[in-house]
Write a protein that binds this ligand. Structure first.
Ligand code: GUN
Length: 284
């Protein structure tokens, strides 16, 4: 078994991004990411902190706008509109989940598709489905780069994704399909997830359930990508894959932590630089 080391790859990517930022700075361009955080969700606050620390490491300006749980939808929409209009801001990200009284889809659709570095706007989602240039959501984008770095080609292979979220499963399905894979997308109503995972050359799991993927659910030599992030009762971070047994049977596997997580952050930085460059070129 070989570990898919997202941590090391993310360090290399950050090094490249830092050089790109320096080039942009020399032309008086200062890539800037605006992050909106609503409420007191502890994991969200921790993700936002990791994102802004990563920005700091590579020289991207990060502006974090923290808002109370009871913020109105109207106020949020106005903030997004201000950021859409602000020529110093190149990327806008609203950390999810949002409180129940806010219509998440309405918020995501208010972000200019040109600054939508999370790739969640329907225009960017549609472009992804059509294999057109746009912003690709960070987690699936990071996963694809991790596979590429290890020369793992999905063309003609059976890929099973467990978890059909808008953030991970659905965009990952499009990326894999565009790369020539045969894709099975399992979800909450799938009757026999094991049937699909056992027939897969590549298994991607992003559900948020400890121990979801067990060794008897994969075929010998499969590539396993664990997108889950869970905290055990003892406070340890683990994925959705039962690592000890599954890693014995797989050819490649992502560790948690140190696999997909750091790649998600790296991909967000890449999207932000891409947006800043697009603005610099005057394409927008
Ligand atoms: N919540 C969980 N994952 C993500 C993500 O990739 N982006 C945002 N904005 N919120 C999230």
């Amino acid at each position: 078994m070989i570990a898919l080391d997202g941590k090391s790859l993310s360090v290399l990517i950050e090094k490249e991004i830092k050089q790109e930022v320096e080039k942009l700075n020399a032309e008086f361009m200062y890539p800037t990411l605006a992050v909106i955080l609503v409420g007191n969700d502890a994991p969200s606050a921790s993700y936002v902190k990791m994102k802004s620390q990563a920005c700091e490491r590579v020289g991207i300006n990060s502006l974090v706008f923290a808002m109370p749980e009871n913020v109105t939808e109207k106020f949020l929409l106005q903030k997004i509109e201000d950021l859409n209009q602000d020529s110093k801001v190149h990327g806008i990200l609203v950390q999810l989940p949002l409180p129940k009284h806010i219509n998440t889809q309405k918020i995501l659709e208010a972000i200019s598709p040109l600054k939508d570095v999370d790739g969640f706007h329907p225009i960017n989602m549609g472009k992804l489905m059509l294999d057109l240039e746009g912003f690709v959501p960070a987690t699936p984008f990071g996963v694809m780069q991790l596979l590429k770095a290890y020369h793992l080609d999905v063309r003609g292979k059976n890929c099973t994704i467990v978890g059909a979220s808008n953030i991970v499963g659905k965009p990952l399905a499009s990326l894999l399909l565009n790369a020539g894979a045969t894709v099975s997308l399992c979800h909450i109503l799938t009757q026999d997830v094991g049937f699909f995972t056992r027939h897969a050359d590549f298994v991607f799991v992003g559900v948020g359930k400890i121990g979801l993927l067990q060794a008897d659910m994969i075929k010998e030599g499969a590539v396993i990508v664990d997108i889950g992030i869970n905290r055990t009762d003892e406070g340890k971070i683990v994925g959705d894959v039962e690592f000890a047994s599954v890693s014995q049977k797989s050819s490649y596997i992502t560790p948690v932590p140190g696999g997909v997580g750091p790649m998600t952050i790296a991909a967000l930085l890449q999207n932000t630089i891409k947006s800043a460059k697009n603005f610099a070129k005057g394409l927008k």
